[in-house]
Ligand binder design. Structure first.
Ligand code: CU
Length: 185
């Protein structure tokens, strides 16, 4: 009898944990899509930064509905001194990030996702920490679509990408990524 109730307690705890992780913070205003010419930009977000962090990542989805390629060539934000577009790549078994040479091409009819572990915006020398629930204004500069104002919705420090279901999967992804911006501790 006592044995059974203990097991139940454990199961209940595991279930609650799964829901907490899997549900994450994505109930917020993630639906906003910004249109600029043939481009549609959605799911723009960043992570809250711990107090002393000097850099933050920016993540978003860019869809090109047009017939010609465009390119993300730069941007700016009042929240940081510098703005770069980065990619991650494996060199000597270690994931490293570096600026994307020549900008990030968005081919016609394609969707490019900037996400943890891959392409991302790199905001360097933050003026103040990013706090969950706030939003960070960013101006993206495209070769053809020109300047596009968006805002990054600040998620929790450990937040995974939107649509990444299941706590275990999210945690595995984060272990595999080399704490990209010092923001995971
Ligand atoms: Cu980076």
């Amino acid at each position: 009898m006592q044995h059974i109730s203990t097991r139940r307690g454990l199961l209940g705890g595991a279930l609650a944990l799964t829901i907490a992780l899997g549900g994450s913070a994505w109930a917020q205003d993630q639906g906003a899509t910004v249109k600029a010419g043939d481009l549609a930009i959605s799911q723009a977000w960043t992570r809250a930064t711990p107090g002393g962090a000097k850099v933050g990542g920016g993540y978003l989805t860019i869809e090109n509905k047009g017939k010609t390629a465009d390119r993300l060539i730069g941007g700016a934000t009042p929240a940081a001194a510098r703005f770069e577009i980065h990619e991650m790549s494996l060199s000597d078994g270690v994931m490293k990030m570096h600026p994307v040479a020549g900008g990030l091409t968005i081919a016609p009819g394609k969707t490019v996702k900037l996400a943890p572990g891959g392409y991302h915006l790199m905001l360097i020398d933050l003026k103040q920490p990013f706090k969950q629930g706030e939003s960070v204004p960013v101006t993206l500069r495209f070769e053809k679509a020109g300047e596009v104002a968006i805002s990054l919705s600040v998620q929790g420090i450990g937040a995974g990408a939107p649509g990444a279901h299941g706590g275990a999967m999210m945690m595995m992804k984060q272990d595999a990524a080399p704490a990209p911006h010092g923001g995971t501790k």
